[in-house]
Design a protein around this ligand. Structure first.
Ligand SMILES: NC(=O)CC[C@H](N)C(=O)O
Length: 449
């Protein structure tokens, strides 16, 4: 791409146009800049070409720690706790500053499912795939009734939706849902920071008046306590029990006539988990996260499902663990996914910890230790079960082939098993659907069927 680019250097006291490069591409601009050894922090650009950002001209560079003035064209900013500022173009809803944990997701598809996955409450998502928003949004692909993530960080400006299924653009949908987005960010640089430096607090600002008081925004970042110790299930769970009867559209389970009564505890459940349970042969009643064992057993379930959800498992465990222990002692089959896996582990006496690098994306290889088979899985978690803390009578069943962390357990004493990953996919591969059938088999065995 070649065009005219005005180079503006920003120094204390003001900005000065120092060059006009005509008919050049990005490479020429980078070389121009390198030849003059202009550091990032004195570097701003007024770009004549749409679609080029400051990040294009600073590939891999740390953005300026002391940047205080938004470069021309920037309407939004992503500030990290380490002091860095990424400028970009805002879309979606205006925000004076959404603060939370910044994470990255490597999924190539499914941004709508990702943004609505309740497990992302308290988090700002950086999408490593550059084209986000290009197929728009619709009413069917939501994993919950609202967007759970605090905001979206993307590389390219979302284009007009190109899909017959789209009913609203990403921009319109985010606006409607009151969530901000920022485009034009060097998401590779953001991701490297998280990969190398671990999880950190960040703030996404897309102010209506276009003004950025960076000191005030940094104070907001400093005041955010972090996800550790935070129970967010209570924020995203349902307020009342309800039944769920919709299955997965591409799975026809009509041949299964015997159905099993399952209570699903909603710590922030994704809809596709409920659909998979129905398709595997379950009649599902969903109960709120703080349901006690008695509340659960009142529904006379044949099995209990523990859902995914946001936040720190240890914090949610304060009320979830006693309920799960009651269900285990009642002798019911139990199946947990993600937060449900972590809570089951806590109930069995193990510990959880915060990962150095969370697993988020639809390309995570997991080995099933009993069969030796590898499944490509969908994942979204920042905490994990500490293998070493598993008590006797509890086995490790699955392991991550990325970092060796725990991906699944089974109890020898109870009919209970769980996985850290998301067998319901959405988005992602459905290699692991068989786990829902395994849960139903446990209930069949119990019923003597
Ligand atoms: N998807 C989930 O259930 C996430 C579990 C938990 N909040 C974590 O980050 O590890």
């Amino acid at each position: 791409m070649n065009g005219d680019i005005d180079i503006i250097i920003e120094r204390a006291g003001g900005a000065e146009q120092v060059a006009k490069l005509t008919g050049v591409g990005l490479e020429a601009v980078r070389k121009w800049r390198q030849a003059r050894a202009i550091p990032s922090k004195h570097w701003a650009t007024l770009l004549r070409q749409p679609g080029i950002t400051l990040a294009d001209l600073n590939p891999g560079d740390a953005p300026a720690d002391d940047a205080t003035v938004a470069p021309d064209g920037a309407t939004a900013a992503l500030l990290l706790a380490d002091g860095s500022v990424f400028w970009g173009r805002g879309f979606g809803a205006h925000s004076d500053g959404a603060v939370g944990e910044l994470c990255f997701s490597t999924g190539l598809t499914g941004y709508q499912e990702t943004l609505t996955d309740p497990s992302f409450a308290g988090q700002i998502i950086t999408f490593t795939f550059p084209h986000i928003g290009n197929v728009g949004t619709n009413d069917d692909d939501c994993e919950a009734g609202a967007i759970a993530a605090l905001g979206a960080v993307v590389r390219c400006d979302p284009t007009d939706p190109a899909s017959w299924r789209s009913t609203a653009s990403l921009d319109t949908w985010l606006s409607r849902e009151g969530k901000p987005g920022i485009a034009g960010v060097d998401t590779r640089a953001v991701t490297r920071r998280l990969r190398d430096g671990g999880p950190q607090t960040a703030l996404l600002a897309y102010p209506q008046d276009g003004r950025f008081d960076l000191d005030a925004l940094r104070a907001k970042i400093a005041a955010w306590p972090g996800l550790e110790g935070m129970d967010l299930s209570k924020v995203v769970t349902c307020t009342q029990s309800y039944t769920w009867d919709q299955g997965v559209w591409e799975r026809n389970n009509a041949e299964r006539t015997v159905r099993r009564r399952v209570v699903a505890v909603d710590y922030g459940a994704k809809r596709n988990i409920l659909r998979c349970l129905v398709s595997a042969g379950c009649d599902v009643t969903v109960v709120p996260a703080d349901a006690t064992a008695d509340d659960i057993l009142r529904h006379k379930p044949e099995g209990v499902f523990l859902s995914n959800g946001p936040g720190d498992p240890a914090a949610t465990g304060v009320y979830a663990v006693p309920a799960i222990r009651g269900v285990l002692e009642a002798g019911l089959p139990v199946f947990g996914i993600c937060l449900g896996h972590q809570l089951l582990a806590l109930a069995l006496g193990a510990r959880t910890y915060k990962l150095e690098r969370g697993h988020r994306g639809a390309n995570q290889p997991v080995k099933d230790l009993s069969t030796g088979k590898v499944e490509i899985t969908s994942q979204n978690h920042g905490f994990a079960v500490d293998d070493k803390s598993l008590p006797e009578g509890c086995s490790i069943t699955h392991v991550s082939l990325f970092d060796g962390s725990n991906e699944g357990i089974r109890s020898d004493r109870y009919d209970a098993f769980s996985v850290q990953y998301h067998p319901e996919a959405s988005p992602g591969p459905s290699d692991s659907f068989h786990l829902f059938e395994r849960f139903v088999s446990l209930m069949d065995e119990k019923a003597g069927a």
